[in-house]
Design a binder for this molecule. Sequence first.
Ligand code: ADP
Length: 243
Amino acid sequence: MISLTNIHKTFGKQEVLKGIDLTVEQGDVVAILGPSGSGKTTLLRCVNFLERADEGKVQISGLTVDCEHARKHDIVQLRRKTAMVFQHYNLFKHKTVLDNVTEGLIVAQKVPKADAKARALRVLEQVGLAAKVNEYPSMLSGGQQQRVGIARALALNPEVILFDEPTSALDPELVGEVLAVIRSIAQQGITMVVVTHEMGFAREVANRVIFMDGGVIVEEGTPEDIFVRPKQERTRQFLSRYS
Ligand code: ADP
């Protein structure tokens, strides 16, 4: 369903992605692991052109875009197939929880307001925030704010949800509630790519695990392949820091 081919990205003189190939099947939950600075976030952002790769192709459910030559129209089309959940939530501070979720539907997808509201209420219920719809982000805990971020992504009904370290800005006691919501979404069969440092979560929820280091995919496999019998020394070293 998603296919990345030969993705290269350089910032200044630093080659951050060195020719990444990756395919994601419908319903996959793919966890991307790796040390800080290995290019995980940049790769995720290249999927929806928040960063434009210098070279390579991004394909999502039938639409193939050449990164170097992509036109605005292609990028808009591609973005419609994705939704992103950010590390720092990226909510509109001056909008209510409900309006944060309906905004993208009304403005980008041109969904009629009443329909957008109905859809937003449904997904907010799903993430356990039905009681908070009229509050502002500043009234919520970090975990609740991130659940709004997840509801906003879900409401767009995307082909894939891209999670960029969704729990790394949270206090430890709030991580569990957010992971529980992501787990419940995964169980609905929604395709997800999750950059994370939560090894337990990756092991339990992902069906495929990618280990990146230095701008390349060092190793990929099932959670068992990666966590129980990693083949590469670099993977073993990385994982040993978490056990
Ligand atoms: P990871 O998610 O694995 O921690 P990143 O993709 O965030 O890695 O970053 C990989 C490298 O690219 C880092 O060295 C980072 O400093 C650099 N980098 C990321 N974004 C930019 C940018 N917009 N401008 C310059 N350098 C960047």
